[in-house]
Design a protein. Sequence first.
Length: 414
Amino acid sequence: MRLKKIMAAVLAAFCAAAFAGCSVKFGTNPQVSPETVVAKPTRMSFTGELEITFKEFNSEYLFYLNSYGITEDPSNADMCRELRDTIINNIIYDKVLLLKAKEYGCDELTEKEKEEVQSDFEEDIQLQIKDLGESADYSDLPEGTEITDEMKLERGKLEFEKILESCDLTREDIYNWIKNYKISQKMLKKIKDDLDPQEAEDILNEYIEQIKGIYEADPALYEQGDYYTFWAPEGSRRIKHVLLGFDDETIAKIREYREAENDEAADALREEKAAELKEKQAAVEKALDDGTDWNDILLKYSADATGSSLYPDGYLVVPNGQSYVKEFQEAAFVPEKIGDRTTCVSDYGLHIMIYAGSGEVSEEERGNIIDYLNSNLAQNEFAAKMAKWVDEYAFEIDKDALRLNEDSDSESLS
């Protein structure tokens, strides 16, 4: 939704710097008439719909100042100037976008799209009201008054209407912001539909060839990245496991033997300790046979419950992989069918392992990646077109009226 997406980076900076609980002072530049045109094209023929008045700019500017509790004091001067610059350029962007939308046949919304705009509009308004109600000042109420949700809602509505009035805005203005965003999404979809789908597939295939090269040269390097999202070697598996861990003293002793190159003693100790876990192993095997919830089993038995919970589909184990201990790596390829189980003993304990599924990228997942790449290509194409279209009009901005020059008065104007 537009109100949530517009100028996110700029507003994040403001929110980090804003003073909590401060009263908000609004800059309006009284020397400029509301009807004054502060931005207009200087090239190509155009209609008045591309002109931007000070009122149009200032209403949106004040809305963001008010919504985020930003004061126009000297300490915020640079950020406020950046916000003003962002606001005017965003309005220019919207003006050109709406004009071009007509050429692309995207300016009219379907009934379903109108319903979506209305739903987003109502949701955004309610979120604004809720936030205002939560942060409102209730010091005017008698001491000890319990602030109910109903009171917060009513106070939020009151504060929201005050904001609209102080910014010379209506709910229809906010509705139109969201409507314009919906139109921009239609434009983006149109551009995406016009792209050659093979381009995204070619990009993916080229990247996969690079990933294959990484894997063949250094499996450990492959395992360190997120390359598996795009490609995994043939035969890769997803392995779930329950680790019946040795106690810390045993692990330390085994490590001590390994460091002393006494592998025989280390192996003997871990086999001895693994044998002591047979009863617990049987309990886990029974729970698995009974269909007990996997997370319940992890929480009750596994020393690796936290790690396993991060990979609900199982750990990815690739042929020739080096990320796991040798015993785990080899045992992962023992089960013949998905659902089969096996066990192994490592220096950390007894592993009960389940062949949970293929680790290779499915056709569905590949399709999702291609669609994602298509979306990125469309975004880039859309941005390039918008930059070209805006540049063609060569908008002239009245920087003095909008206080965009560095020597502009940075103090709050009232």
